[in-house]
Design a binder for this molecule. Sequence first.
Ligand code: MG
Ligand code: MG
Ligand code: MG
Length: 307
Amino acid sequence: MNDILVFGHKNPDTDTIMSAIAMANLQNKLDEKSAKCCRLGNINKETKYALEYFKVDEPELLEKVEENQEVILVDHNEFGQSVDGIENAKILKVIDHHKISDFKTAEPLFYYAMPVGCTSTIIYDLYKMNNIEIEPKIAGIMLSAIISDTLLFKSPTCTQKDVEAAKSLAKIANVNEQEYGLDMLKAGTDLSDFLCSELINMDSKPFTTNGVKYQVAQVNTASIEDVLKNKTEIENEMKKFIQENNEELFLLLITDILENNSQIISVGTKQDVVEKAFNVKLEDNMAFLPGVVSRKKQVVPVLEKNM
Ligand code: MG
Ligand code: MG
Ligand code: MG
């Protein structure tokens, strides 16, 4: 019999990878049937830094799933962000912290969601509930996920639960969460060897609202100016992407992780939605959004409202 496959969303971020590893680890302690963690895309530099630091192997790449394959989804639920073939897979569990949209199963399932900053915070809860001890290296990668998703506790998505989970995990992993966290976030901002076509896809998600298909991507940086040096080429890649994917808008957030602001670049036929959503006038397809760092909480909801 096949292993249960555990994975997060496409264009994986640190939470998606670490939560898949941690959840597979927990599942293997709870159930006789073995679970395997997978990834749906390339590992980014931030995630790589954390995996190497805690000496944990990368999950295997998964391209698609066969009919009736047993799966556990972490850090997502929208089928458009999931593995190819998900419609006909058997979803056993979902552990997530996103809005629920476009989600349907044929059978009952275990669905555990909380409006917290990170999926690993919820998985931390599951370890506690089941009285399972967390190994130091698993604690380290779960801590990394929380730091990543909450931008070192500064994102408006961060909750007390995230902070408490991170504190306990840091203790188990034996690291200082502030020092380690900043080093890890900085490792993720090195964009020097990426093509613009890769940059717009590193952390990019498709959404559909009222029949309008659009893309929202985010890159973290310590210097917005540096990223904007390639603005024309980035814009061209964004235009190409929405053309090829029949989407009406591509919004890229370039997020300054030190100052906690974002510059946006927006292309497509729905620019008016962006202007209304953020109450800004786009100049040269750009606007500056002070204090905006969270796609989930500060960007997608206002786009949806105005779409
Ligand atoms: Mg994620
Ligand atoms: Mg997440
Ligand atoms: Mg994210």
